[in-house]
Design a protein around this ligand. Structure first.
Ligand SMILES: [Zn+2]
Length: 123
């Protein structure tokens, strides 16, 4: 299991939310394709995780998002100040901020994202 960004070699951080995949403070996942990325806190690039480490972690992500959504509805949160939330919920919301990007990827826009990455690497 890698712990450093493949682009800038900085530490990717850790999380205590996913037992199956404790690397990375910010994760993005595509449950449909079984892909999981760790978003680098330093350079913001997405590190695709090795295939053998993904499936359980992707399932964990899905479970966690559902849990957070449930709690948020139950408590009537539209938008809550992050500091007022329990630590594991806060982390999940941080991961949830990438849901739009994930949806875009699932809709076949992954190539476009990749192109943008390559531009960033060349620039
Ligand atoms: Zn990086």
């Amino acid at each position: 299991m890698y712990r450093h960004c493949t682009f800038c070699s900085k530490d990717l951080g850790t999380n205590q939310v996913l037992e199956a995949f404790p690397v990375g403070r910010r994760l993005a996942f595509d449950a449909h394709q079984g892909r999981l990325w760790v978003v680098c806190p330093t350079c913001e690039r997405w590190n695709l995780t090795p295939l053998e480490e993904r499936w359980e972690a992707v399932e964990g992500c899905e479970r966690h998002f559902r849990e957070v959504e449930y709690h948020a509805r139950k408590l009537g949160w539209g938008y809550a100040p992050l500091q007022s939330l329990p630590a594991h919920i806060r982390l999940a919301l941080e991961m949830g901020a990438h849901e739009d990007q994930e949806r875009a990827a699932a809709q076949g826009e992954l190539a476009r994202l990749g192109a943008r990455w390559r531009e960033g690497e060349e620039g």
